[in-house]
Design a protein around this ligand. Sequence first.
Ligand code: PSV
Ligand code: MN
Length: 407
Amino acid sequence: MAEEHIKKGVQILEWEFGSKRVRSAIEAVKHFNIEIPSWIFGRFGGGRFGDFMPPGAARNIAEKLDDASVVNKLTGATASVAMHMLWDFSEDAMLGSYQMAKQVFELAGERGLRIGSISPTYFLKGSHRNSLSADEKETRTRYFEQTRLAAQIAQDLGGNVLTVWLPDGSAYPGQIDLQRNYRLMKESLVQARAEIDPHVWILIEYKVFEPGTYSTTIPDWGTAYALAKAMGENAGVLVDLGHHFHGANIEQIVARLIVENMRCGFHFNTRYAADDDHAVEPNAEIARIFYELVTGQVIVNSKPERNWAFMIDQCSSRENRLHAILHSVDTLQHSLARAILVQNDEIEECRRKDQIILANRIVNRALMYADVRPIVATARLERLLPIDPVDAFVESGYQTKIEQERK
Ligand code: PSV
Ligand code: MN
């Protein structure tokens, strides 16, 4: 997009939505930060494509951080990197190591990055009979200790946030006692909250299925909400877009959590069939989710304690990982701009007059029809960043370099 085109585009938007809204959208995009996952850059994925890995995948944490720092330089928005205990701070995928976390902390700092949220890893070796809800006390204790260590690392070296996804569940009726399983999960989480420093914010993620095909211990936002409530202060729900049944109204879940005044978090991705591995694509759903976040004032709020935690959680096996993560950041910035343009006063007027379709047309004027590329481009130009981070990456030659170095 040429600078002349960008200027013209901004004028058209100002004419339609007013210069105040357009300016706030530009400012919001400039200030919006989004955490990216370390695991997108590594040798994770493949699945049924055997051991296929997009060429140039990072081989270790230092290379993952090299890639993350390229993303941050191109977008200026992703200095915080989410880490997974047993992928990033472990020698044997069984035990987490504080010492390794310290090394990662230093490697991140050298690259202008920081450790963001930490996920204790409740899957990998030894988790086939569940984790914090396992019948065996030994297993529960092992994962409990890992949760405590993750919290310590989050507090000393990270962003004071624990993102807790538990794959606990079962494959067949009868395999586990459903009531005991939930009771044990609840007890473990309540005890973890009680023992972990109150400044560490604990977000409980839910997922409708996987790996459990018959039952999942925390399958929905209601369960996660009940658990977070039972845990008490500084616990919230982590909504992952990919973790719902088809057709779930995710923006309504967001609206509910905002009204319940629970400070929560969001894992962004796109869901087509099952699970959560796709890059965030620009679409109406993601714009509507942003609209709730904006009207609920839990995003780019100048009072940081009001803001939810926002992260990208994606890792697909086919596409170039750097293209994918840059595309996601780009989509999120455009969605934020769209949400800010919505003419809420006009919608309220339609509601008063019961003009349902007219209200729908006004919301979609911003969320679906507006071309907000000039807003995002202006925000980037004002921050001296590339107008298009994906194009800038392609032109940078970084991909060729890593493909040669990481054979
Ligand atoms: C689980 O599917 C999840 O969404 C959780 O957030 C994990 O931490 C992440 O993906 C990586 O497996
Ligand atoms: Mn997730």
